[in-house]
Design a protein around this ligand. Structure first.
Ligand SMILES: [Zn+2]
Length: 250
């Protein structure tokens, strides 16, 4: 040690201190500037359950799968799942029932309870991040769309045009953006977009039916622009859609 220290005498001090200082500074700055922090395990479970309720995979009053099943699906420990569900029960989002037909259930008044968790500032940050991700996906896909990539998305647009049911419109709205990430993300962005949309299900104010139908025009514009290879128009449609979703209701 003495030899090494002596041999590299002038160097150890700056080499040892410089990385520590720079790492500390850069990470704290990044954390302060990043509007969207990563979710904890419990938050991820919460947002994934919210996403499933939005998508109609889980209905109000329906029993959740066993903790082991949820843990495996999300790659979490059963302990984390149990704790997350416990918190959701305390918050009134889930109900725990004992006995032979017991288990953990989605609260029958989920829609009413969830209103207490809306957070416009956090939702705006997540919407911004989602916009960034979608613009990136659109740009990345330019000229590289697989055949028949849009048929599922086109069907969602048509279904949205054909319904006035609010819950169904909300479900389809979420389906469209999940499907878009799947279609354009080449298997890379689906999880991230599902995380974002799940969080938005909890935090963002729900647009009314008219607004959702109005915003569906941007979906159609986006698909047309991508089909035509018009990158500028495609990005324009994504931006216009985000603006329509986040601007205050008049
Ligand atoms: Zn949309």
């Amino acid at each position: 040690m003495a030899n090494t220290a002596g041999k590299f005498g002038p160097y150890p001090a700056p080499v040892l201190t410089a990385p520590v200082r720079s790492t500390g500074t850069s990470s704290s700055t990044a954390a302060a500037r990043l509007p969207v922090r990563q979710q904890t395990g419990a938050e991820l479970i919460r947002s994934r359950i919210a996403l499933r309720v939005r998508l109609g995979v889980l209905a109000s009053g329906e029993r959740l799968p066993d903790t082991g099943v949820i843990a495996e699906e999300l790659g979490m420990s059963e302990m984390t799942v149990r704790r997350a569900l416990e918190t959701m029960c305390q918050d009134g989002l889930l109900d725990r029932r004992r006995g032979r037909v017991g288990g953990t259930f989605v609260a029958t008044n989920w829609d009413a309870v969830i209103e207490a968790f809306r957070d416009a500032d956090q939702a705006a940050s997540l919407e911004d991040f989602h916009l960034l991700l979608e613009c990136g996906l659109v740009a990345r896909s330019a000229g590289e769309l697989p055949p028949d990539w849009a048929s599922g998305l086109q069907a969602v647009v048509e279904e949205m045009n054909a319904t006035v049911d609010h819950a169904e419109l909300l479900r389809l709205e979420t389906c469209f953006h999940l499907g878009l990430a799947e279609a354009l993300g080449n298997g890379m962005a689906g999880e991230e977009v599902a995380d974002l949309l799940g969080r938005l299900c909890l935090l963002a104010t729900v647009p009314d039916a008219g607004r959702l139908q109005e915003a569906n025009k941007h979906h159609a514009d986006l698909l047309t622009a991508l089909e035509l290879g018009r990158l500028d128009a495609a990005v324009g449609a994504v931006k216009a859609h985000c603006l329509a979703a986040t601007s205050p209701t008049s």
